[in-house]
Ligand binder design. Structure first.
Ligand code: ADP
Length: 723
């Protein structure tokens, strides 16, 4: 009993069915808050505050059943110094039996575990709270991680924040680990608690400070979270309001995970597309370069951009070609490409404008090229055409003259531009040779009537040049308002044409005159013979007949010339070539001329050379040359005819007189048909055909023909024949 008295373990003993407190050591008295006076009293009386609590019933149960009752952590409310205090106990009600097996007392041992429970509850509560915090933190971390991941790819600006968060998370995780570790320690400490309850106080303090740290961290995280969500909201707003169309496509199916208004407007869809595959929303994209590039970006994880390929979009059943500048950026989560960020700006209008501008430029350059070519062609035509072209302005000033105009007028372009079409330095003449009044000039007629004129012939006499004839076509030029701005004149040198016409006219008058003379003479002779041939003496009749024959010879000569000319024209001049010597030729000619002239006709040179030619025709050439010398150089005392072998193959025959000679500029025209040097003088008769026919005969023989002459020093007409 003494041992029990001294035991630190609270112990009491109850006897009898009333449970009289037979023994109570100091430890249990301390628990009860009583003193030794309670000993000897019944349990219910000594501890009246126990009424309503299970202890009396439990004692009763043990008394009756004789079986031990053990309780753990049972609460008991005791009146400690006037105050009801609940404490927790592990206790045993142990029946003590005598030899007969009857119960005689109950031994009550107890242990106050109140502090232990409180400490454990506090630990459990803390654990629970920690678990909640951990859960919250885990949730926050989860949210943060996903936010971080999205934000990471979208905006590097938040990298720093994320890193901070990461660091914080690390601290929290470390703390969690530490807490876990400490919890484990606590738990094991709990087991050891009974032995070392005082350590708990320290641990509690430690925990409290850890808790404070955790709370602070939590606050920081909350703040960061707020910041992040603010950033997230503003970032989302930014993306939503961005003028650039943006969408985030995730996974192999390119599911539209995020899309802004601009992109929705661009694809003409609403927010219902979120969560759907891009190719389900826009099936027309399949196979298009933009789609290929999207897939490539996702697979290769490298950014791509394009601005040149058109994208064909289905707009209410109509396939429209649109142009975009777009960027595909791989979306990375946990270091893996999980999607693609598509950013696009529509540039259809600009591309269309550029294309339109390009096509206009091409069209313009084609037009310019066409214009340039047609200008070149026109220039080519103007430069090579056989007609002169001159353009005048409204004042009549020449502003353009093509090369032929310069050639015809014999003036350089700069000189040409100095003159007007009715320049007084240049005499414009009518066809009859009289001065052409300014108002009668075809350009002037065209300008005043504002109507074209055609083939208007005028003579132009340039200073120190022969008169020339030009045929002018002229047309007025008007501006867009129909005002006369000038005129264009085309003209050609028709001097030759005019000469031929003139020659023909002259020829007709000359031929008529030439023919009329012998015909009149012949008629007169024949009439005289007819009327009075009986009365005429025979010598007079013979004279008349002789005159008639001369007139007829002249007529037949003229007719032969005309016939030869027409034969030459028709290429029908026939040669009858035979060999003969030059002396034979000279003999035939000589006999004819000795009777008609007093001039001395001298034959000299290589007269024994033989030629193969048409004797008759070559004779006619000789007669032409000699009769011309007699006719045009009557004052020449001698006419010298020379034959000269000039090579082994050629002999030259020339007829030289000492007559007036021929002006230099006329020499080149002498062998032309109908050409005569003195058309208007009428001093000499002739048809202007002799030299023309001669030229043709010599050419037919393969020889050459020409003239050398100097005014006042006579002329030498010559021809050559092959030997
Ligand atoms: P036609 O004598 O019938 O007029 P031609 O053809 O024989 O024709 O001569 C052409 C022109 O050549 C003549 O009109 C004349 O002016 C010139 N002519 C020819 N021979 C001479 C000459 N010996 N001296 C000067 N002029 C000549």
């Amino acid at each position: 009993m003494k041992i029990l008295q001294q035991s630190g373990d609270p112990t009491a003993m109850y006897t009898g069915p009333e449970f009289t407190i037979q023994f109570a050591n100091n430890a249990i008295l301390a628990i009860w808050g009583k003193d030794e006076s309670v000993i000897g009293h019944r349990f219910e009386n000594a501890l009246p505050e126990m009424k309503g609590q299970p202890f009396a019933d439990l004692l009763k149960q043990v008394w009756e059943s004789k079986e031990i009752y053990e309780a753990n952590e049972m609460p008991a409310t005791l009146d400690i110094h006037g105050e009801p205090i609940t404490s927790y106990f592990n206790f045993t009600f142990k029946p003590i039996l005598n030899k007969e097996g009857d119960i005689y007392c109950i031994l009550h041992t107890a242990k106050d575990v109140t502090e232990l429970i409180r400490t454990r509850d506090a630990v459990l509560e803390k654990e629970r709270k920690e678990e909640e915090i951990k859960k919250e933190l885990r949730a926050s971390n989860e949210g943060l991680r996903s936010n971080n991941q999205e934000l990471y790819t979208l905006n590097k600006e938040y990298t720093v924040t994320n890193e901070k968060l990461g660091a914080s998370n690390k601290i929290i995780q470390d703390l969690n680990l530490q807490i876990k570790k400490e919890n484990n320690e606590l738990l094991s400490g709990n087991r050891k608690f009974q032995d070392d309850i005082t350590n708990l106080g320290d641990l509690n303090k430690n925990l409290a400070s850890r808790n404070q740290e955790l709370k602070d961290l939590n606050d920081t995280i909350t703040q960061l979270n707020n910041k992040l969500s603010e950033s997230d909201i503003s970032f989302t707003n930014l993306i939503d309001q961005a003028p650039v169309a943006i969408m985030l496509l995730k996974g192999d199916d390119f599911v539209i995970t995020m899309i802004n208004d601009a992109m929705l407007a661009l694809i003409e869809k609403d927010y219902s597309v979120i969560g759907k595959s891009l190719f389900e929303v826009l099936p027309e994209l399949k196979g298009q370069p933009a789609a290929e590039m999207l897939i490539k970006t996702y697979r290769m994880g490298t950014p791509n951009s394009d601005h040149s390929n058109p994208v064909i979009l289905n707009r209410d059943g109509q396939f429209e070609e649109r142009y975009f500048t777009f960027n595909y950026t791989p979306f990375i989560e946990d270091g893996k490409v999980t999607g693609v960020i598509d950013m696009a700006v529509e540039v259809t209008t600009q591309v269309m404008a550029i294309q339109e501008r390009e096509s206009i430029i091409i069209e313009k350059s084609v037009l310019e090229e066409t214009l340039r070519k047609s200008e070149q062609r026109l220039q080519g035509i103007l430069e090579t055409m056989a007609e002169g072209v001159g353009v005048i302005d409204a004042t009549g000033q020449l502003v353009y003259a093509n090369p032929m105009a310069q050639q015809i007028l014999g003036l350089s372009e700069s000189k040409i531009k100095e003159r007007t079409y009715d320049d007084p330095k240049w005499q414009n003449l009518r066809l009859d040779g009289t001065l052409l009044p300014s108002e009668e000039h075809p350009m002037s007629i065209m300008m005043s009537t504002q109507k074209p004129v055609y083939d208007h012939e005028v003579g132009v006499k340039a200073p120190e040049r022969d008169i020339m004839y030009i045929s002018i076509n002229a047309a007025p030029l008007f501006d867009d308002e129909g005002n006369l701005t000038g005129g264009i004149g085309t003209f050609m040198d028709v001097t030759t044409r005019r000469m031929i016409t003139q020659g023909k006219e002259d020829f007709i008058s000359i031929a008529s005159h030439e023919l009329k003379t012998p015909v009149t003479a012949l008629k007169a002779s024949l009439q005289l013979l007819q009327r009075s041939h009986d009365r005429l003496p025979p010598e007079s009749r013979a004279k008349l007949l002789d005159q008639s024959i001369k007139s007829l010879d002249k007529l037949s000569g003229l007719i032969n010339s005309l016939l030869d000319t027409s034969r030459i024209e028709q290429g029908q001049l026939k040669l009858d070539k035979r060999p003969f010597t030059i002396s034979e030729l000279f003999d035939d000619c000589c006999s004819n001329f000795s009777q008609i002239t007093d001039q001395e006709i001298i034959f000299e040179g290589d007269i024994y050379e033989q030629v193969m030619a048409d004797n008759q025709q070559i004779g006619q050439v000789m007669i032409n040359f000699i009769s011309n010398a007699i006719k045009y150089a009557p004052e020449s005392k001698q006419v010298i005819i020379t034959a000269k072998k000039i090579s082994d193959h050629e002999i030259k025959i020339s007829v030289r007189d000492q007559g007036p000679g021929i002006p230099k500029e006329k020499l080149e025209h002498l062998f032309k048909r109908y050409y005569r040097t003195n058309y208007h003088g009428q001093k000499f008769t002739g048809l202007g055909l002799g030299l023309f026919i001669s030229g043709d005969i010599i050419k037919e023989h393969g020889g050459r023909i020409g003239v050398e002459s100097e005014e006042g020093k006579g002329s030498e007409f010559w021809f050559t024949l092959p030997i």
